[in-house]
Design a protein around this ligand. Structure first.
Ligand SMILES: Nc1nc2c(c(=O)[nH]1)N[C@H]1C(S)=C(S)[C@@H](COP(=O)(O)OP(=O)(O)OC[C@H]3O[C@@H](n4cnc5c(=O)[nH]c(N)nc54)[C@H](O)[C@@H]3O)O[C@H]1N2
Ligand SMILES: Nc1nc2c(c(=O)[nH]1)N[C@H]1C(S)=C(S)[C@@H](COP(=O)(O)OP(=O)(O)OC[C@H]3O[C@@H](n4cnc5c(=O)[nH]c(N)nc54)[C@H](O)[C@@H]3O)O[C@H]1N2
Ligand code: SF4
Ligand SMILES: [Mo]
Length: 738
């Protein structure tokens, strides 16, 4: 077979870098950044560069597995789907919809399959026991956006290419490449801010890689950014620095609610001097164009929602929301502008059976999955479906969840590996390797720093017989919908296309109002069901060709003709059109959030634990699932406990020695890394490790096992407004291991 090159988009993080693959005999032999990608301009990181090794990983499953006599044995696709149908249908019939739980993991948002079919899967299942990695991650931001803007998915991103001042809290884009902030080469873009005379400041208990490049690093006590930000808001009002803004209600209520939190009142609690807090508020207000951005260190904490809200309160009060160089809302090619008002946002429409926790964005907190599996009674979870998730490593008190998973009557996992979670499965349905699938970022194009669109077909034709993940998920949809394991998937897709077109044709004011559905359907192009669906979304999106009505408009054909991607321009203001609040305004002082300030006020006087653990990410690691790639795990051990020299001395810990860490829920033993890059009283341990479990089939990862940080995190601790786990700021004791 001849050597060919093909373009794709890296699916490994949120940066969406364009890649140029060299392919020899169906294998990726070289990966380069695509210099002609108008968004990533050739940028690539070590993870993207190792896509070939990941793609060809010998441990990647090449077909389904079925548990027979206690062992996960190879099976045919027909056998696997038939067994899923038989078992799930029986459990649903006998015990009801809630008896089957669903967990959607992080890569679901990186695939077309997840983008198109996660919703239908939830709907077809009809269970209240839906869990996702969102409650281990960004859910507080969805909740604060839900209340502020009326839509949980309206999340503004820092317009980094045009800003002069950026305040970054609890994020390390030099390692993570950015999150809820899609921008290839964020390090380069942040250096460009400095090169044009601007600044960025990093608030982090660790001197992260990003902090080391920043104009200023502000070490903060873990979990206390809420106080720092409250102090800044208080100062903006006190010093009369608030910029009046249009389309906002509730400014006075915010002023009143934040009165007790003067910089002096909060300084001791967050470990940042009052003068520093004041100075940050003044510099943000004075910046021509500035922005505040918070990520993992601000969401996976006790006051995650209030903190996420304060980030945007500061953007609003300084006039930086929705203006160039501030925090802006992207508009992707597969979406349209909105009506500017709506029903608003609600949480707690139903509550979990065991702990009575409120539903948030139609799911329950991941930390209560174990409760729902373990606790007998009506509505007990007896079977689980996992898609692209590794909850046995990712969820707090994972030792307990891991044990609970082993008690299920039935478990089906859509996953390429036999790992810590899927080792409990009865059926594993593996997706195709990245080189064998098409790519379009249905999720991340909502968070890009420029409006962009790009679609690429599979670089290599899949081996016959193995279905695309889209087919796997749609097959699960039909099984859960009672149509059986042999339903005609094309007919289901046709039904969906017709329904979507009918809604558009019936919609008053739509450019295709009154047109013939069959005629429009005939104009859609695409080789797969998903290409047809994407064509529909693109053509009827904001930049769409509306079936010829807009001559230069976007369509699938146009994206296929521009395989490096299409730049749709800098971000444009979207308020009020993006709003879905009943008032049609930004509701700056939502009652639910303001009333949580009572809890914050109480915590102001609380004494901090002597030692707490936080997480961190490394450029060569990706949550729990890329430690099987030799190029990424070679060299220095990545899963170490970072300890400040003072804490090491007082505890008798030495660099390279072993330490035992103990928390309320568990105990682990780990290698110590003494560094002044972390504040005293704080230690840091990355998550996603701990691969030495019986039954996993990850030959490289088990040799670099590390320890599981979530054996220490506590399933009883969460941010009540968002159901999000506290992953940072967990009280621990550390002592030398004997
Ligand atoms: N202590 C602590 N815990 C954390 C965090 C932390 O900072 N600290 N971070 C949290 C965060 S932000 C997140 S997002 C979660 C992640 O939590 P999860 O989403 O549960 O876990 P991942 O490690 O992302 O595992 C992804 C799974 O998807 C599989 N996979 C990979 N590619 C594909 C694909 O294309 N299709 C399918 N079907 N499967 C695929 C992998 O084999 C793996 O099993 O972890 C959370 N847990
Ligand atoms: N290389 C790599 N890239 C990734 C991932 C990965 O695992 N590896 N994971 C992806 C995923 S799922 C996500 S969600 C994103 C996350 O993207 P980021 O949020 O940028 O993730 P981190 O690198 O973990 O940065 C979080 C920072 O918060 C700090 N921190 C901890 N506690 C606190 C606190 O209380 N306050 C403050 N101010 N800071 C605190 C930590 O020290 C750390 O430096 O990254 C994505 N990209
Ligand atoms: S930054 Fe993210 S998208 Fe870009 S190459 Fe690295 S892993 Fe892939
Ligand atoms: Mo995440």
């Amino acid at each position: 077979m001849a050597t060919t090159t093909a373009l794709t988009t890296c699916p490994l993080c949120e940066a969406t870098c364009g890649l140029e693959l060299t392919i020899d005999a169906g294998q990726i032999t070289r990966v380069r950044g695509d210099r002609d990608d108008p968004f990533s301009n050739g940028f690539i990181c070590p993870k993207g560069a190792s896509l070939g090794q990941l793609d060809a990983d010998p441990d990647r499953l090449s077909g389904p597995r079925i548990r027979r006599n206690g062992r996960l044995e190879p099976a045919t696709w027909d056998e696997a789907f038939a067994l899923v149908d038989e078992r799930l249908t029986a459990i649903l019939a006998e015990h009801g919809r809630d008896a089957v739980g669903l967990y959607l993991g992080n890569p679901t948002v990186h695939t077309i399959a997840g983008g198109f079919y996660a919703g239908p899967l939830r709907k077809a299942l009809g269970s209240k026991n839906v869990f996702t990695a969102s409650t281990l991650d960004q859910m507080p931001k969805h909740v604060s956006s839900g209340f502020l803007f009326g839509s949980p998915f309206a999340i503004p991103v820092p317009d980094v290419d045009r800003t002069d001042f950026l305040l970054i809290l609890g994020a390390d884009p030099w390692s993570s490449n950015g999150s809820l902030w899609t921008a290839p080469d964020l390090p380069g873009r942040l250096k460009a801010v400095q090169a044009r005379g601007g600044q960025f400041v990093v608030v982090d208990p660790r001197r992260s890689r990003t902090a080391s490049f920043a104009d200023q690093h502000v070490p903060v006590r873990p979990g206390t950014d809420v106080f720092l930000l409250l102090g800044m808001v208080n100062e903006l009002f006190a010093a009369d620095l608030v910029t009046p803004v249009e389309h906002v209600v509730g400014v006075d209520a915010v002023r009143e609610a934040t009165l007790p939190f003067t910089p002096e009142a909060v300084a001791g609690r967050c470990g940042v001097e009052a003068a520093v807090i004041r100075d940050l508020a003044h510099r943000l207000a004075a910046a021509e164009r500035g922005c505040v951005y918070g990520r993992i260190g601000t969401t996976t904490v006790e006051f995650g929602t209030v903190t996420s809200w304060l980030v945007d309160v500061l953007n609003v009060l300084t006039g930086n929301l929705d203006r160039p160089g501030g925090a802006m809302f992207p508009l992707p090619a597969h979406s349209r502008r909105g009506p500017g008002k709506g029903k608003g946002f609600q949480v707690g429409r139903w509550h979990s059976r065991v702990r009575g926790l409120p539903e948030i964005v139609a799911e329950y907190p991941a930390v209560t999955m174990a409760d729902e599996i373990e606790t007998p009674g009506d509505g007990q979870v007896r079977a689980m479906i996992t898609v692209a998730g590794n909850p046995a490593l990712s969820v707090p008190n994972s030792g307990r969840l891991d044990a609970a998973l082993s008690t299920l009557d039935f478990m089906v996992c859509v996953d390429p590996y036999v790992n810590e979670t899927t080792r409990h499965a009865d059926v594993i349905l593996p997706p195709l390797a990245p080189s064998r699938r098409a790519h379009y970022d249905l999720a991340f194009f909502n968070y890009t720093v420029r409006n962009v669109a790009k679609y690429t077909r599979a670089p290599v034709a899949p081996e016959p017989g193995n279905p695309d993940e889209c087919d796997i998920l749609l097959r699960l949809v039909t099984i859960l919908g009672g149509l059986g394991a042999d339903a005609d998937l094309d007919a289901v897709a046709e039904f969906q296309l017709t329904a979507a077109l009918t809604a558009l044709v019936e919609k008053e004011g739509s450019p295709v109002h009154g047109k013939d559905v069959a005629d429009l359907r005939a104009q859609l192009t695409g080789e797969t069901r998903e290409e047809l669906m994407l064509d529909l979304r693109l053509r009827t999106g904001f930049y769409g060709d509306w079936f010829g009505a807009v001559p230069d408009g976007i369509s699938l054909e146009k994206l296929l003709a521009n395989p490096h991607g299409v730049d749709l321009g800098a971000l444009e203001p979207r308020i009020p059109e993006i709003l879905r609040t009943p008032s049609g305004k930004v509701e700056l002082a939502p009652e639910q959030i303001v009333s949580d300030l009572v809890r914050v006020r109480e915590a102001l006087d609380r004494e901090d634990p002597t030692l707490v653990v936080v997480g961190r990410r490394h450029l060569r690691s990706n949550n729990s699932w890329m430690h099987n790639v030799p190029a990424l795990v070679k060299g220095k051990e990545l899963c170490t406990l970072q300890v400040n020299p003072a804490d090491a001395t007082s505890r008798g810990l030495v660099n390279g020695g072993r330490a035992q860490i103990t928390s309320r829920v568990g105990k682990v033993e780990v290698t110590v890394e003494v560094t002044d890059g972390i504040a005293p009283g704080v230690v840091s341990l990355p998550h996603g490790w701990g691969h030495d479990r019986p039954g996993v089939e990850l030959s490289v990862a088990t040799a670099h096992a590390g320890v599981n940080a979530n054996l220490l995190t506590d399933d009883l601790r969460l941010d009540p407004l968002s159901g999000t786990s506290v992953l940072n700021g967990i009280e621990v004791e550390v002592a030398p291991a004997n």
